[in-house]
Design a protein around this ligand. Structure first.
Ligand SMILES: [Zn+2]
Length: 173
């Protein structure tokens, strides 16, 4: 499952990458000409699910038979729930697979590559050698499961909890 998102959905793009999904964000592209048309064509060509708040793009996606979701809510956790309601069955656990900044692929940092970690001032020195790190093949950003990871999981658990409630309500109808 892969996605392409419009310019209105920067935060959603970041979160989908955190969840491990290959997500092309319109604002990261340098498109000459009609950006909307480019994005719809990209979705079609690469089999990506189009996520947008633009009704024009939705019309075009429908016309071409491209899988899409018209995102209504402005808040990112609500947007994740919207995807679930549209039966886009995303997992709600962070997966270190995609760079949240550039969508590059992550790989595990191997033994002997500590210099790469030391070169980044934001990497906590006391974690080196004690925890796993990942590096983005594209931009070199380093990732690890620190406190931010736990915070993300807490926010996602909230989505899961609320989603379960909604499903229960549907079941009792
Ligand atoms: Zn990157």
């Amino acid at each position: 499952m892969r996605f392409v998102t419009d310019r209105m959905l920067g935060k959603l793009s970041t979160w989908l990458r955190i969840l491990g999904y290959d997500t092309v964000y319109a604002a990261d592209l340098e498109v000459k000409g009609d950006e909307d048309r480019f994005i719809v064509t990209l979705a079609e060509r690469e089999g990506r699910i189009l996520l947008t708040r633009d009704r024009g793009m939705i019309r075009e996606a429908k016309r071409r038979g491209i899988q899409h979701v018209y995102v209504r809510d402005g808040e990112v956790m609500e947007q994740l729930k919207e995807l679930l309601h549209h039966r886009i069955d995303i997992n709600l656990e962070p997966v270190p697979r995609r760079c949240s900044i550039c969508n590059g692929e992550l790989r595990k940092v191997k033994e002997g590559e500590e210099a790469m970690l030391l070169a980044k001032s934001y990497v906590p020195r006391d974690k080196i050698g004690k925890t796993e790190f990942w590096v983005c093949n594209n931009c070199g950003r380093i990732y690890w499961k620190g406190s931010h990871w736990l915070n993300m999981r807490a926010r996602l658990n909230d989505v899961k909890g609320k989603n379960r409630k909604i499903l229960n309500m549907e079941e009792t109808d």
